[in-house]
Write a protein that binds this ligand. Structure first.
Ligand code: ADP
Length: 902
């Protein structure tokens, strides 16, 4: 689109106006406004945007030239003056004043007026553009000069030889000289040589390459070494030749310093944040942070691990719905987060129940901290929690323990390692009378009574300090001075490093027990004493009763054999039988008393009953035969021995066989021995069966009671003390054996005894075989026997028993015996043990054994000491064989024949 121009024409001559209008008629881009006076022109100018003014010189209210002065301040200029007269001077004058063109009025010039206007506009625009450019240049120069002179950078210009052409303020300040002084001077005058060389080389390079260069160089400025960033530019003339060099030196010392400081602080910051991050990652707590929508943005290792993730990154972007399978749990956590974010206050040490990965309930202590951005707006949340389930549980355990300690009936004292009391429980207060406040901080030795021996305390400390538990008893003192006994268990309490930090004493007040123990001990002592007296009484009684009985039985037996008068011999027989019965009763009473007083000595051996039984039961076999009974002994298994005390075992058997013979009038008595394994335990089983009167089932329990018989009262039909089975039962108890009874009235009875058994080893040899290993007697004449016996009747009876196959020398005491042995070598010594006053049989044996030829001969103890343990004691003392009184003629004869190999 063409530009439109508003032309203001000031003309008062109508004909001229007409001509002007005609002249512009073909130029629609010019919009003409006509006024007649300067005043109207001014008005029009102020109201319209006029581009060009064409004014007549002479106007009714002044000259057109006046408008130049009027327009100048408005910056509006292209004014074309029209005159009716063509005066050159006048034109020059008008142009000087600022008129752009001058037209001499003529029809032709009116026609050309649009060209004149066009040229004026163009010219004016050129002027305006030039003025604008000049202004801009002026401004820019001012600006640059201001910059150059105010900048802190040193700016300088040197010619190619290094002479200063220009130096700005900062430059002169840097070298500390006046501006006018430095111009024309060479750089060598102001800088050290080493720097000059460097600078000159740089200038040479710029000249050579015609390109700017930039380099860093240190330079001492005003006494301090500064780091400069120097840029050199080539300054060329119109022909492009380098005339000079412009340099800008920027002091970057401070920047460098700041940069360095910044770098250090950045490094520090990085280091610190790395450290913090590492700490955060490895903190044993669970830590996470979320955005304000409760979406996870990060977490520490532990938190990730607790949800089964191997990397913390895997948490990012997840929500609690993803982490917890449980929707309710997720909602609970999110709403907790949101409420903390909303109210902006941290939630600290909040105990909550939640679930872990394995869906187990755990207790956590949680901290929620709202996060804010730099503008203080809500940015998310940080959560930290630790699993306190164990602590909670152990707290509960601890509470339980402490309650147990508080309520324990035991006295509990906790001290430090020096024994200073730190804790006592209520039981301690109750028993000792000391309150906790009385003893706290005091040493535990305030309880000492002085009656506990020092050695106990020494032992206590040695045990404790070696890390062991000490148990023992103290006699301590209460607050009121009263003594009391306590049983204490004291042990060390150690810390995690195994160092002893405390001692704990758990004590029991045993004063009452101690008193009871004292009473008991007293009672035991008394009972032991009475038992000792009893057993000594029994032993003496046994001796005193057996010795005369031996005489009665022995002599009556001799009378029976020797007397030809049948009526007298039947008296003798009655004496014998009465004596025998007395002896059985005596044995039973003594055995029972011994068992009752617990003085029975048990000497368990491997007893080969099978080889002894016939010998043991000889008199019963004889008695059975006399009654016309069949008597048989069957050893069904000869490979077994009984693990028993020999004497008690024999007594059991004798009592049962005695009964069998006694209560059987016709038929038979059978005894069998065999092995039986019950529950993998080996037993020796002995059956004694008879075809006697039998016992009814209801009477079976009764027969084991003391002094009880099936037929009792004055019309009882059988003799007996009623003690036999009682003894059997008690003895079997001592032998760890058992008894079974099977019986039927009129048919018979069967007593079955089980004794601990043992299968014989092949090399086992019986006692009889051992005895037969004694030296053989070469002399085929009657063996010579030294009989030592203080009781004259017994001496006579014994001599009588054996004189038909032995040469017997009888003496009454030990001294005589030793003398006799010294005079003659005997084959065997029969020694009574109790020899009245003076030397006893044991001493006499020992003395005789010292005489040469007597060490290896048999010494048989013939004694009234027939209680348990007597045999073993005598064999230990040096006697080789033992026969208790009262014994029968056969017993002695059998023994001698076996010992002497006759
Ligand atoms: P005693 O035989 O001295 O009377 P025991 O204690 O040996 O005492 O026996 C108690 C009772 O048991 C006997 O009196 C007798 O009635 C009964 N008795 C024991 N053994 C037999 C037996 N083999 N046959 C029948 N009765 C027996």
């Amino acid at each position: 689109m063409n530009r439109m121009f508003n032309i203001l024409i000031i003309e008062d001559e109508e004909s001229h106006i007409e001509l002007i209008k005609r002249g512009f008629s073909d130029y629609p881009q010019y919009k003409l406004t006509f006024v007649y006076s300067i005043a109207d022109a001014k008005k029009c100018i102020s109201e319209n945007n006029i581009n060009v003014i064409i004014s007549d010189w002479r106007l009714p209210d002044g000259e057109g030239i006046d408008l130049v002065g009027y327009m100048k301040p408005k910056g509006f200029f292209p004014i074309i003056l029209m005159t009716s007269f063509g005066n050159q001077e006048f034109a020059v004058e008008a142009m000087k004043l600022g008129v752009i063109d001058y037209v001499v009025k003529s029809p032709e010039s009116f026609n050309r007026l649009p060209y004149t206007v066009g040229r004026a506009i163009r010219e004016w625009e050129n002027v305006v553009a030039r003025e604008r450019a000049e202004k801009a240049l002026r401004e820019s120069e001012t600006r640059y000069r201001a910059y150059v002179e105010t900048t802190k950078d040193a700016i300088f210009q040197v010619d190619l030889s290094g002479n200063f052409i220009f130096v700005n303020n900062a430059g002169t300040l840097a070298v500390n000289v006046e501006k006018n002084e430095i111009i024309g001077k060479n750089i060598t005058e102001y800088f050290p040589e080493s720097y000059i060389k460097f600078q000159m080389e740089a200038i040479e390079q710029v000249v050579k390459t015609k390109k700017p260069i930039d380099f860093l160089m240190p330079l001492p400025v005003n006494g301090s070494l500064r780091e400069l960033d120097v840029a050199l530019f080539p300054f060329t003339n119109k022909e492009g030749d380098i005339e000079s060099i412009i340099g800008v030196s920027h002091d970057i010392t401070d920047i460098k310093r700041t940069e360095k400081a910044l770098k250090i602080s950045e490094a520090n910051l990085r280091e610190q944040s790395e450290l913090l991050y590492n700490i955060l990652r490895h903190i044993p707590d669970y830590i996470y942070w979320k955005d304000n929508q409760s979406v996870y943005r990060g977490c520490n290792d532990n938190f990730a691990k607790s949800f089964g993730f191997d990397s913390t990154n895997k948490i990012v972007g997840k929500t609690d719905y993803d982490l917890y399978g449980n929707k309710e749990e997720a909602e609970k956590i999110i709403s907790g987060d949101l409420s903390v974010m909303e109210n902006g206050k941290p939630l600290l040490n909040n105990e909550e129940e939640t679930i872990n990965l394995s869906n187990e309930k755990i207790i956590i202590s949680k901290n929620l901290i709202p996060l804010k951005d730099s503008e203080g707006k809500r940015a998310g949340i940080m959560g930290m929690y630790s699993d306190i389930t164990k602590r909670k549980n152990s707290d509960a355990e601890l509470r339980k323990l402490s309650r147990a300690t508080e309520q324990s009936p035991a006295l509990i004292v906790i001290t430090d390692t020096k024994g200073n009391i730190e804790y006592v429980n209520p039981s301690f207060e109750k028993v000792t009378g000391y309150l906790s406040s009385d003893v706290k901080g005091k040493n535990s030795n305030l309880l000492k009574s002085g009656y506990t021996p020092r050695s106990v305390y020494n032992d206590l400390w040695n045990t404790l300090l070696s890390g062991n538990e000490w148990r023992g008893e103290f006699q301590n003192k209460k607050k009121n001075g009263e003594l009391y006994w306590e049983a204490a268990s004291i042990s060390a309490i150690k810390n995690e490093k195994g160092k002893i930090t405390h001692f704990i004493a758990v004590k029991e007040d045993i004063t009452k027990r101690k008193e009871l123990e004292f009473d008991l001990k007293h009672a035991v002592d008394q009972s032991e004493e009475s038992s000792r007296l009893k057993s000594s009484l029994l032993s003496n009684m046994s001796h005193e009763l057996r010795t005369p009985l031996n005489g009665i039985l022995g002599l009556s037996q001799i009378l029976i054999e020797e007397m030809t008068d049948t009526s007298l011999s039947s008296f003798a027989k009655k004496i014998y039988l009465a004596g025998k019965r007395l002896m059985i009763t005596l044995n039973s009473i003594l055995d029972l008393s011994e068992i009752e007083s617990n003085t029975t000595q048990i000497n368990k051996i491997e007893y080969d009953l099978g080889t002894q039984i016939n010998y043991l039961l000889t008199q019963y076999i004889y008695a059975a035969k006399e009654k016309g009974l069949n008597f048989s002994v069957n050893i069904l298994d000869d490979n077994i021995t009984a693990l028993v005390d020999e004497r008690l075992c024999n007594q059991v058997l004798i009592n049962l066989v005695d009964n069998a013979v006694k209560y059987t009038e016709k038929g038979k008595i059978e005894i069998s021995i065999e092995k039986e394994i019950i529950h993998e335990v080996c037993y020796l089983k002995i059956c004694i069966s008879d075809t006697g009167i039998g016992i009814s089932q209801e009477n079976i329990p009764l027969i084991f009671e003391e002094f009880r018989q099936v037929s009792e009262g004055f019309n009882r039909s059988f003799e007996g003390s009623g003690l036999g089975l009682t003894l059997v039962k008690k003895m079997l108890l001592l032998l760890e054996g058992k008894l079974k009874v099977e019986s039927e009235i009129g048919i018979g009875s069967k007593f079955i005894v089980y004794l601990p058994g043992k299968v014989k080893k092949s090399e086992d040899v019986s006692e009889l075989e051992t005895s037969s290993a004694l030296p053989e007697i070469e002399n085929k004449n009657n063996p010579s026997v030294l009989l030592v016996e203080d009781n004259a009747i017994n001496k006579e009876v014994i001599t009588c028993y054996i004189e038909n196959f032995c040469d017997v020398d009888g003496v009454s005491d030990g001294i005589e015996a030793i003398e006799k042995a010294g005079e003659k070598q005997y084959d065997i010594v029969l020694m009574d043990i109790n020899l009245g006053h003076g030397m006893d049989g044991i001493e006499a044996t020992k003395e005789i054994k010292k005489i040469s030829g007597y060490n290896d001969i048999p010494f048989v103890a013939l004694t009234g000491y027939a209680m348990s343990g007597d045999k073993e004691r005598l064999l230990r003392e040096g006697l080789t064989h033992y026969l208790p009184k009262p014994f029968e003629k056969e017993d002695l004869q059998r023994l001698l024949k076996s010992v002497l190999g006759l």
